[in-house]
Design a protein around this ligand. Structure first.
Ligand code: HPA
Length: 235
C-alpha cells in the first residue's frame, strides 16, 4: 500500500501497461485481458491485473503529465516489483510524414520537465526506450500491418502553448516526431531503477497539417496500439 495505491504486494504483474486515462485502463482490462480484477482504486486512478494469452499482465492509469506519471511509475517499480512498463496513449504529430492513426514508438523523449532535467548537473540526461521492447513493438506492429514510426517524442509539461509549433520548432528541426506528456519521466525512472520501458503512441492530431483522428478511427487505432503493447509485454 502507498498513499496513491491500495493494491497489496503481489497484486501487479511484472509487465504493466500505462494509459493516462483511468477509464481507458478499465476498457483495456475488460476488453483485452482475461480474468481481470481491480487492484487499485485510489483517486479513481484505476489499476487492474489479468492475463493475456495466459501470462499475467497489469494495466495502471497514470493520469496526465509527468508529475502524476512519476508517482505511479515509481511506486509500481519500488513497491510492486514492476519490471516492464509500457505507456499507451495518444500523441500530437510534429512531422507530416506521420499520419493520424499511425503509431510512434518513442526511441527517446526530450522534455521541458524539471523533474527530469533537475538532478543531472551540467549533463542533460537522454531518456531512452529499452531496445528489446522497442524491437519487439516494431515487430508486433509489422505483424499486425500497423504503420509504426520509430522516432523521438517530446514529453511536454504544457498542453496549451500559445504557439505550439513555435515552441517545438528546434525539436522538429532535430527530427522529433510527436508530442505527449509522459514518456520522458517513464524512461528516466526506468533507467534509475534498471527496468524496461517503452512508449507506444497513436498519433491523434497533427500539429503541422491540422489533421485529427475521427471517433470511429480512434477506437480501432487504440485497439491496434493496445495489441502492439500487449505483444510487447509478452516478448
Ligand atoms: N500535446 C500533448 N499531448 C498530446 C497532444 C498534444 O498536442 N495530442 C495528444 N496528446
Amino acid at each position: 500500500m502507498t498513499p496513491h495505491n491500495n493494491a497489496k504486494p503481489g497484486d501487479y504483474a511484472p509487465a504493466v501497461l500505462l494509459p493516462g486515462d483511468p477509464l481507458r485502463a478499465k476498457w483495456i482490462a475488460e476488453t483485452f485481458l482475461d480474468d481481470a480484477r481491480l487492484v487499485n482504486s485510489v483517486r479513481n486512478c484505476l489499476g487492474y491485473t489479468g492475463t493475456y494469452k495466459g501470462t499475467p499482465v497489469s494495466v495502471q492509469a497514470t493520469g496526465m503529465g509527468q508529475p502524476s506519471t512519476a508517482i505511479y511509475v515509481h511506486e509500481l517499480i519500488t513497491t510492486y516489483g514492476a519490471r516492464r512498463l509500457i505507456r499507451v496513449g495518444t500523441c500530437g504529430g510534429l512531422n507530416a510524414k506521420v499520419k493520424v492513426r499511425e503509431v510512434i514508438l518513442g526511441i527517446a523523449a526530450s522534455t521541458d520537465s524539471t523533474i527530469v532535467k533537475d538532478g543531472f548537473g551540467a549533463y542533460g540526461f537522454a531518456p531512452a526506450a529499452d531496445f528489446g521492447l522497442l524491437r519487439a513493438a516494431a515487430e508486433a506492429a509489422k505483424a499486425k500491418g500497423v504503420v509504426a514510426h520509430v522516432g523521438g517524442l517530446v514529453s511536454s509539461d504544457v498542453f496549451y502553448h500559445p504557439d505550439a509549433l513555435a515552441a517545438y520548432d528546434r525539436l522538429i528541426a532535430h527530427g522529433v516526431l510527436g508530442v505527449e506528456m509522459e514518456a520522458a519521466t517513464l524512461y528516466t525512472l526506468a533507467a534509475r531503477f534498471g527496468v524496461e520501458a517503452l512508449a507506444v503512441c497513436t498519433m491523434s492530431d497533427c500539429l503541422v497539417t491540422g489533421d485529427e483522428i475521427d471517433a470511429d478511427a480512434r477506437q480501432s487505432s487504440l485497439s491496434d496500439m493496445i495489441g502492439i503493447a500487449l505483444e510487447t509485454a509478452l516478448a
